[in-house]
Design a protein. Structure first.
Length: 186
């Protein structure tokens, strides 16, 4: 099933140069835009940059800002370690006829992009439900585009989504809200 879904989504690549540019945009450039949107939202939504006392405003909302950025960064770091341990090759190294639209040299499982952006989306969701759904949609677009670009299998993206959501949940419950593992069991 993993290969069938991959081949279907990858079949959209190399159909036209314009289509390939759209895939590359959503797989490679759009993620930076999503990060920028998250930063802008967190800083302006809480009046951190527009107030006369930005530091005071920042300290009032530090838990939310910590949740969002720590979740994403922590997810990215853990994914990097998992990739080294699992060492799963990318689709173009397994299926010889695949010509990826992006150059990737590390391992593929789990997807670092999917993990990071789903952790970011869930962290935002915990504080702002409607906006969290939008960022989940962004993560989905990025994940699908990376499959279409030939650099990930669907299982890489799915595992990244699950891992990212779990990391954001753990960061929210145990770090931001201060629930210790012993309190969580009770």
């Amino acid at each position: 099933m993993n290969i069938i879904i991959f081949q279907y989504l990858y079949s959209f690549a190399h159909q036209s140069s314009g289509g390939d540019k759209v895939i590359v945009f959503f797989a490679h450039i759009f993620p930076y835009i999503v990060i920028l949107l998250a930063v802008i939202f967190l800083l302006f939504h809480h009046d951190v940059l527009t107030t006369t006392s930005p530091l005071k405003s920042l300290t009032r909302k530090w838990k939310e800002i910590l949740l969002v950025f720590f979740s994403g960064i922590f997810a990215w770091c853990l994914t990097f370690l998992l990739k080294v341990v699992i060492a799963e090759n990318r689709p173009f190294l397994i299926i010889k006829k695949i010509q990826p639209l992006l150059t990737e040299i590390d391992f593929s499982f789990p997807s670092g992009h999917a993990t990071f952006f789903m952790a970011l989306a869930f962290a935002i969701f915990f504080a702002h439900k409607k906006l969290g759904y939008l960022f989940m949609f962004f993560a989905l677009i990025i994940g699908v585009a990376r499959i279409m670009a030939g650099v990930h299998f669907p299982i890489d993206i799915l595992a990244g989504f699950i891992f990212g959501a779990l990391i954001a949940l753990v960061v929210d419950k145990f770090i931001v809200k201060g629930i210790t593992p012993i309190k969580a069991i009770r």
